[in-house]
Design a protein. Structure first.
Length: 248
């Protein structure tokens, strides 16, 4: 991979961090200097498996990935969805054994950054260490919201909340605008993330569409009634802790 391509890839990490923190020019340049190796992975391919001991972190450059765990009889629980700019296995810097798996949902381009380089970066630049820590804390806040949804919200509320969340996350890094965003996840993926059967997801999506709140076609979500989606799902974006957000 050329130096210019590496720099372009790592600008995605800068864009993600700057959605939740403020970086200096020196910190941006330090990120651009990180060594990385890029791979293109097929849909449904594992990036890291439960029980692995990774020596590198992965940065999503293109496509979608998810954290998940498989239980008996192939039952899968998805913990989170990840988009370009995310480092979904950042915790492997300090938790040396994976306690879940990380895999692609779509074809994805991924940059692998050695742990040693990440540790050197965060030691030399405490501001970046704080930004990565903030990113981890935001992840924890998202987990809490998902727990509230599965414990106390209806299927309608869970799905509507997820759509609002993914739209704002995509918008914050320049991948969505005008209440339109890519959504290349299946009904099975939605069910595995929100604790719903495929039949229940299908019926609920029909209900949301029937109320004129969204259209969902060709892996593209259009939220047609943003305020109503917020109200019905009790969505409060505070937990995303976004510092920079493009206009709707």
């Amino acid at each position: 991979m050329s130096s210019a391509s590496e720099n372009h890839s790592l600008t995605l990490l800068i864009r993600k961090l700057e959605s939740i923190a403020t970086l200096t020019d020196e910190e941006r340049q330090a990120i651009l200097s990180l060594p990385s190796k890029t791979r293109v992975l097929a849909p449904g391919q594992d990036i890291a498996r439960d029980g692995d001991k990774p020596s590198q972190c992965c940065l999503i450059l293109d496509g979608w990935a998810c954290r998940y765990k498989v239980l008996n009889k192939g039952r899968r629980q998805i913990f989170s969805f990840h988009i370009a700019g995310d480092i979904p296995d950042l915790q492997s810097l300090h938790l040396h054994t994976m306690d879940h798996s990380l895999g692609t949902i779509t074809q994805a381009t991924v940059a692998f950054i050695p742990h040693e380089s990440m540790r050197e970066l965060t030691t030399r630049y405490p501001g970046l260490a704080a930004a990565f820590w903030r990113d981890t804390l935001v992840d924890a806040a998202i987990f809490r919201e998902w727990m509230i949804g599965m414990g106390r919200k209806s299927a309608f509320g869970r799905i509507a909340h997820l759509f609002c969340e993914m739209y704002l996350k995509l918008q914050a890094v320049g991948l969505a605008r005008g209440y339109r965003c890519p959504l290349p996840i299946t009904q099975i993926d939605i069910g595995d993330a929100l604790g719903l059967s495929n039949v229940h997801v299908n019926r609920t999506l029909q209900d949301i569409r029937g109320k004129g709140l969204i259209t969902l076609r060709d892996n593209t979500l259009v939220i047609q009634a943003w305020e109503e989606m917020i109200r019905t799902s009790e969505f409060d974006p505070t937990y995303l802790h976004l510092e920079k957000r493009a206009a709707g």
